[in-house]
Design a protein around this ligand. Structure first.
Ligand code: HEM
Length: 505
């Protein structure tokens, strides 16, 4: 009996410490109010206040009612909604040591998806992945990818010439091809839909899992222990099949690249760099597939929004084409070196990022320790949602925010640096900010400039030959895509058609 007493001491100390933490936290919580928010219902909390139709707009309505920082409690989980750029910068950037974790997700655990490091908890493992990817997208390395991005864009122009009605498939192919080339050194053959189908599949699963409210098990984690035949436990079969499918895609891409290196010789890529640096194979495989999943589908969504905007705003298109005619001329296609002389086209790409925010509520972060903000108590372990869509619609920065108007970023024909650049929030915040943002922006610029130089985009015609009215409708998922739409894409002149045909990819 006496022998066992010392052994119990550590347990006792832990118990006392735990009680102290709970008491102190309750005291702190009692002294400091939580941020304002809608009244929670018994049991459900604020589950019914979560958006159903438009993530950004419905969350923005809550911020309009309750303020910059809104508190929601969903089935015991604290959620903090940040409705302004200032609040997001203060917490996610300035206090990023405390706000860079990711929320726990049962579906991520069940699918083993945390090898996609977007989902990894903030810690040494995440840091290792992040460092490697960061090094692959440093500014001087990025310029080495420009010729690849330019050549793939020229191939896109040729595809648009051959089959303009299939523009959506060509754009998807183009972004999957660019990333598969840069990351794996693989050349996607024209018409080969394999890579973009794989990228789309990886991205669709990840997007589904990261959209709040998609899976009931996230709200009731104990449901994960139900047998799969139990009513309502269909998510179990889904998770099991996704787990296999995504690991197979990741392994297939890696093996294909290794095989291609052995048979067709080495093409400089992220894979060759990681191999040179003798980076652990598992890390390389996971990191590359993460770049593929996160990189292809996002920029692709932006370019679809660009095409739709051009069909809806012909006067914007004309202005951009006039600038391209003056700077690039009719003898060649645009290149990256032209960008500094193309303020309107640059402003247009900024407006694309603002008008259609690809990640309307970013990727949620999680706070680690208790904190206070403007006198409000922010409990540690809260899910933090930054409403990037609301930032893009702030009328103080962007008058008439629904209107697509690149001129809002210009003054006297030059970029106006006083206007808030959408890149400062559409790629997220703090230590988790998108590591592929410069690559994504470069791809967006060369694609928009090249398409506008060579083609005119117009709305489809109805049965009477009258142009149909287009509007932006989205899928309302964590990664927002414009819903499928039709438009006409035609070369600006026979000369431009020749130029595109003659361009070598
Ligand atoms: C228009 C293009 C893109 C947009 C709008 C976008 C947006 C975002 C956003 C909002 C986040 C979350 C940041 C946060 O947690 O605060 C993110 C994370 C990430 N993005 Fe992007 N992205 C784009 C392109 C790319 C590209 C081209 C790549 C890779 C080549 C990439 C790789 C990643 C990765 C790996 C993360 C996770 C970072 C982490 O958790 O530490 N993205 N992106």
């Amino acid at each position: 009996m006496l022998d066992s007493i010392p052994l119990q001491w550590p347990y006792l100390l832990i118990l006392v410490a735990a009680v102290l933490v709970v008491v102190l936290r309750a005291k702190r919580g009692a002294q400091q109010p939580l941020p304002p928010g809608p009244r929670p219902l018994p049991l459900l909390g604020n589950a019914l206040d979560f958006p159903r139709r438009h993530l950004g707009r419905e969350f923005r309505d809550l911020s309009d009612r309750y303020g910059d920082v809104v508190y929601l409690k969903v089935l015991g989980q604290s959620v903090i909604l940040l409705g302004s750029y200032e609040a997001a910068c203060e917490l996610l950037e300035k206090r990023s040591a405390n706000y860079s974790d990711r929320p726990q997700s049962v579906m991520v655990d069940m699918t083993n998806l945390d090898w996609i490091f977007v989902f990894k908890n903030y810690g040494s493992e995440w840091r290792k992945y992040r460092r490697e990817l960061h090094n692959m997208f440093l500014p001087d390395i990025l310029s080495r990818y420009h010729p690849i991005q330019r050549d793939i864009t020229r191939e896109l122009l040729q595809n648009l010439l051959t089959d303009p009605a299939a523009f959506s498939g060509h754009i998807k192919f183009s972004f999957a091809a660019a990333i598969v080339r840069v990351v794996y050194g693989l050349d996607a053959a024209h018409g080969d839909k394999k890579y973009y189908k794989l990228a789309e599949r990886l991205a669709n699963i990840a997007e589904d899992i990261s959209t709040p409210g998609q899976h009931i098990v996230e709200a009731f984690p104990s449901m994960q222990w139900l047998p799969s035949w139990f009513p309502g436990a269909g998510f179990k079969q889904l998770a099991a099949s996704w787990k296999q499918e995504i690991a197979a895609i990741r392994d297939h891409l890696y093996e294909s690249a290794k095989e291609a290196m052995a048979t067709n010789g080495v093409k400089e890529s992220i894979l060759t760099k990681l191999t040179e640096e003798k980076v652990d194979e598992e890390l390389a495989k996971n990191m590359m597939a993460t770049a593929y999943a996160a990189g292809a589908d996002t920029t692709n969504a932006s370019v679809h929004a660009f095409v739709l905007a051009m069909a809806m705003y012909p006067e914007v298109q004309k202005k951009a084409q006039a600038e391209l005619d003056a700077v690039v001329g009719s003898g060649r296609l645009p290149d990256f070196s032209d960008q500094k002389c193309l303020p309107y086209v640059t402003a247009l790409t900024k407006e694309v990022l603002r008008w259609h925010v690809v990640a309307p509520i970013g990727v949620p972060h999680r706070s680690v320790a208790d904190d206070d903000y403007n006198g409000y108590f922010i409990p540690g372990g809260s899910i933090i949602i930054a409403n990037q869509w609301a930032m893009s619609r702030d009328p103080n920065h962007y008058p008439d925010p629904e209107n697509f108007n690149p001129d809002r970023f210009l003054i006297n024909g030059q970029l106006n640096h006083k206007v808030r650049d959408p890149s400062s929030y559409v790629f997220g915040f703090g230590r988790r900010i998108c590591p592929g943002r410069n690559f994504g922006e470069a791809g967006l610029f060369i694609t928009c400039a090249s398409i506008l130089h060579a083609f005119t985009i117009t709305p489809p015609l109805d049965e009477r030959g009258v142009p149909r009215k287009l509007e932006m409708k989205t899928n309302n998922l964590a990664v927002s895509h414009p819903l499928p739409f039709e438009c006409r894409i035609a070369p600006r002149s026979p000369h431009m058609e020749e130029l595109v045909r003659a361009s070598t990819a």
